[in-house]
Unconditional design. Structure first.
Length: 531
């Protein structure tokens, strides 16, 4: 037992009446302290610490005090509140407590003395939650040795409730974010923004500075997708491991089990893991497989838990819940990509059917698509609109399927009747594609890519900005590719001659702004490649 006799300053000369008055007052104060049990669940943690420390000062008539919460290593004093204590003094207390802690833990003493402070370890269910430090004065009550254990017990009970409340309330906030994420998953198939939100919730929910995800295909050696999220958004993986695929990630993939490492440097993975994020030292980590059913989709990792705390089972549980959500996104994204690939393959087959009818325009649709995408991006078109060009460019001439080969491959110029047949191909294309709901958004490209800016085009004679933007973009590229490709009735023009023609027709045939951007783009790139 540690010597605490020095803290009992009372003598034998105190009268019985005086002692009774003192005890009566102390009973009232202890009764007030007991009410902390009733409010612990509903009080914010820092406010509770201040309230406990204030009551301790009143009860014990101390001249200075501090409150420390137990963290990853209980022997390290993580001081949250202190009153009238110099940092030099506090450092001595920390060092002595660390030295005395093993002996105190072994004997399970209720209190111990360090320097001229008495320390009350707050223990609940054989686990230390914190420490109250008090520097007593000669005015301390005679029966202080009886009061301090009661103070410690009640403070520990209230602290346990407040910590539990804080954790549960935070978990509730995190789960509400998970619910919101789930709603977004239903309405959004894009992987990147949802992964970013998922990792932000993972950081917040586990109090981590860093979160990563690694998506894997069974037959691939390395991740096909990896993403690092940090409180400092400028962070990235180290140059030595640009995708973050280190030994621990490989082990989780191979073993399909989780790891909780609260001292990463001392672990088997320390050498490869500690420095894998540029400019940051990883100190601890929680890594788990992303496997919603019987298929491993990837690996999730969080690292550098904030504060002096360790990763706990509830952190693992939270990541499993989040993992089930993001797995749904990944699986749906894969399904969507497969479906999209099937659509693109089908559309490519359709454009091949056009090429089969018109041998002189072989590869035309693919070239128009590729160059139209570049022009749209160069012109600053929104990404979702650029996606429409990917399909609209491929299918802009789909209506030519309904045009006789004799007209398409005629070696000379078309007569008026034949030209009227050719002019019908936008409407034929709309009749073919307009019935496919998935392709409704690209119908304007198919219908209006032969309109002219001056209103002299076909099929409706639209002018200016009444012509849809994407159709105006495809119109420039379509004409450029036609001019620079051999046709039955003429040889291909040079790129410079075709660009000069685009400039000449800006404002009449073409949107002048789009035409100017196109000419600058082609000149800056040195001309498009021909297949």
């Amino acid at each position: 037992m540690f010597d605490i006799s020095w803290i009992n300053p009372g003598g034998s000369g105190i009268s019985k009446e005086s002692l009774q008055r003192e005890n009566s007052m102390l009973k009232r104060q202890i009764q007030e302290l007991l009410t902390l049990d009733e409010t612990g669940f509903f009080i914010e943690l820092d406010s509770l610490l201040k309230a406990i420390l204030k009551k301790a000062l009143v009860l014990c008539k101390a001249e200075s005090s501090f409150f420390s919460l137990a963290g990853k290593d209980p022997s390290d004093l993580d001081v949250r509140i202190s009153n009238v204590i110099l940092e030099e003094k506090m450092e001595k207390i920390r060092q002595q407590f660390k030295a005395e802690y093993p002996r105190w833990q072994e004997s399970e003493a209720e209190m111990l003395t360090v320097e001229d402070f008495i320390l009350l370890p707050l223990v609940r269910r054989h686990r230390m939650l914190g420490v109250i430090g008090l520097k007593l004065t000669s005015d301390a009550p005679d029966n202080i040795c009886e009061i301090l254990p009661i103070l410690a017990a009640q403070a520990a009970a209230s602290l346990e409730s407040a910590i539990l409340y804080e954790r549960m309330f935070k978990r509730l906030l995190v789960l509400s974010n998970v619910f919101i994420l789930g709603k977004e998953i239903v309405s959004n198939i894009e992987l990147q923004p949802l992964v970013e939100k998922f990792l932000s919730i993972a950081c917040d929910g586990t109090d981590s500075d860093i979160a990563c995800i690694f998506l894997l295909h069974e037959k691939d050696e390395r991740p096909y997708y990896s993403y690092l999220k940090a409180t400092d958004t400028a962070l990235k993986f180290a140059e030595s491991c640009p995708d973050g695929y280190t030994q621990i990630i490989q082990s989780v993939r191979a073993e399909e089990k989780h790891y909780i490492l609260n001292d990463l440097a001392a672990s088997d993975f320390g050498h490869s893991e500690v420095g894998k994020v540029a400019g940051i030292t990883l100190k601890d980590t929680l890594v788990l497989p992303l496997k919603p059913r019987d298929r491993l989709l990837g690996v999730i990792q969080v690292a550098n838990k904030r504060g002096n705390f360790s990763y706990r089972p509830e952190d693992l549980d939270l990541l499993k819940i989040l993992g089930s959500q993001v797995a749904f996104v990944i699986q749906n994204a894969d399904l969507f990509k497969n479906l999209q690939r099937a659509y693109i393959d089908t559309l490519s087959a359709l454009t091949s059917a056009i090429d089969a009818k018109d041998s002189y325009t072989r590869g035309h649709s693919e070239r128009v698509t590729e160059l139209s995408i570049k022009l749209a991006e160069y012109f600053g078109v929104a990404p979702e609109e650029v996606e429409k060009i990917k399909l609209g460019g491929l299918l802009h001439d789909i209506g030519k399927i309904g045009i006789h080969e004799g007209i398409l491959n005629k070696p000379g110029r078309l007569d008026d009747e034949e030209f009227e047949v050719i002019k019908s191909h936008p409407d034929l294309g709309v009749r073919i594609m307009g019935k496919v709901e998935f392709l409704e958004s690209i119908v304007p490209i198919i219908r209006y890519h032969h309109e002219r800016y001056d209103g002299k085009g076909y099929p409706e004679g639209l002018s200016g900005e009444k012509i849809p933007l994407l159709a105006r973009i495809v119109s420039v590229v379509d004409t450029f590719d036609a001019m620079t490709t051999d046709r039955p009735y003429r040889k291909a023009m040079s790129i410079d001659a075709a660009l000069a023609e685009i400039e000449r027709c800006a404002g009449s045939q073409f949107d002048p702004e789009i035409a100017a951007h196109f000419v600058r783009m082609i000149k800056s790139e040195g001309g498009p490649a021909k297949s």
